[in-house]
Design a protein around this ligand. Structure first.
Ligand SMILES: Nc1ncnc2c1ncn2[C@@H]1O[C@H](COP(=O)(O)OP(=O)(O)O)[C@@H](O)[C@H]1O
Ligand SMILES: [Mg+2]
Length: 317
């Protein structure tokens, strides 16, 4: 089969951490052809989506992953490939939005993981609100007074996050008794003009932020990200460490209650962030953690993802 990965440039890919790398590695082991494409290399000609692609070569030694450039770039019709993995890292900017709209014309013809309409609908912070019974108390507003009232209401301690952030960037603790609180709300709301998310502080975050990886609504497994002692943010990107974990019975329930909606939205490969059995974020653009999960469990969860893509190819064979 032929798979296309719409993603960032390969110099950003770490062979022992990156989840897209694990997909490509698993696909190669299963005998598939892997093609790389940058988001601005998509084009639509008379309603047909094309991409400039390069074959990806994996090697046992550094640089581990490179593009095959000998033959020069090829422009191919994406209706002819078996699956497209959209794995571009945030931000979800206008270029990202337009890419999802370009790919829309492939609906029903080429399997896309995740569905471009699902990616548009599911802002990673706001989408969790569809599952409010699993969320901590949460406020989305650009009004600073409303934010400060909310912090007092939830006991004087909250977190404030940008709606378009990732990797912990811009996530701060907000305390009623902190003389920086007003300034922080100013910064995150752009002086009251931009939406931000305030959320009750979950003290269990010191134990860790659980990343539950889902494939088509079923758990592949989970890892726990533990924040540094001097930070509330557990993200690996800002120095969180990763340890093995399992899903609790309640977290299995949480997954079951989200699954139908995720499936309906075509959100096949998803990373839930769960703190103290509360859902804080639904990561859909390029969730990570599959390599750590594989190492902790001695399994190859990326293999399951590729097997799923094989089984769900829309090409008549
Ligand atoms: N409600 C919360 N209570 C305590 N800590 C939180 C809360 N929400 C987020 N955090 C901390 O901030 C980190 C980043 O938050 P998150 O909402 O996952 O945004 P992102 O990962 O997209 O930057 C989490 O991993 C966690 O350590
Ligand atoms: Mg997160």
């Amino acid at each position: 089969m032929r798979f296309v990965y719409v993603m960032d440039s390969l110099d950003r890919v770490s062979h022992d951490k990156d989840t897209t790398f694990a997909f490509i590695d698993a696909a190669e082991a299963r005998g598939h052809e892997n093609l790389h494409c940058l988001i601005h290399e998509l084009s639509v000609v008379d309603g047909e989506v094309f991409a400039v692609v390069h074959p990806i070569r994996l090697t046992k030694e550094a640089p581990f992953i490179t593009l095959v450039r000998d033959e020069g770039p090829r422009r191919i019709a994406l209706s002819g490939v078996d699956a497209i993995f959209i794995r571009k890292d945030p931000p979800f900017d206008q270029a990202y939005l337009y890419a999802t709209l370009q790919l829309e014309t492939l609906r029903g013809r080429t399997r896309i993981i995740n569905d471009p309409r699902g990616l548009r609908d599911a802002n990673e912070k706001l989408y969790a609100m569809h599952f409010r019974e699993w969320m901590p108390r949460t406020l989305v507003t650009s009004n600073r007074d409303q934010i400060h009232d909310f912090v007092r209401e939830v006991g004087g301690r909250a977190v404030l996050k940008p709606l378009d952030g990732a990797g912990g960037v811009g996530v701060v603790e907000l305390r009623s008794d902190d003389k920086n609180a007003r300034a922080l709300a100013d910064i995150l709301t752009g002086e009251g003009k931009r939406l931000a998310m305030a959320q009750a502080f979950l003290p269990e975050v010191t134990v860790g932020d659980k990343r539950i990886l889902l494939l088509d609504g079923e758990p592949l497994g989970a890892i726990l990200r533990v924040p540094r002692g001097d930070d509330i943010r557990s993200n690996i990107h800002v120095g969180g460490s990763v340890v093995p974990t399992e899903l609790t019975a309640r977290e299995h329930e949480l997954v079951k209650s989200l699954a139908p909606r995720l499936r309906a939205d075509g959100l096949i490969f998803v990373g839930l962030d769960v703190i103290g059995e509360h859902l804080t974020e639904v990561n859909v653009t390029s969730p990570t953690g599959i390599q750590e999960l594989g190492r902790f469990t001695g399994t190859k969860p990326s293999d399951k993802v590729i097997a799923w893509a094989e089984a769900h190819s829309l090409r008549a064979r």
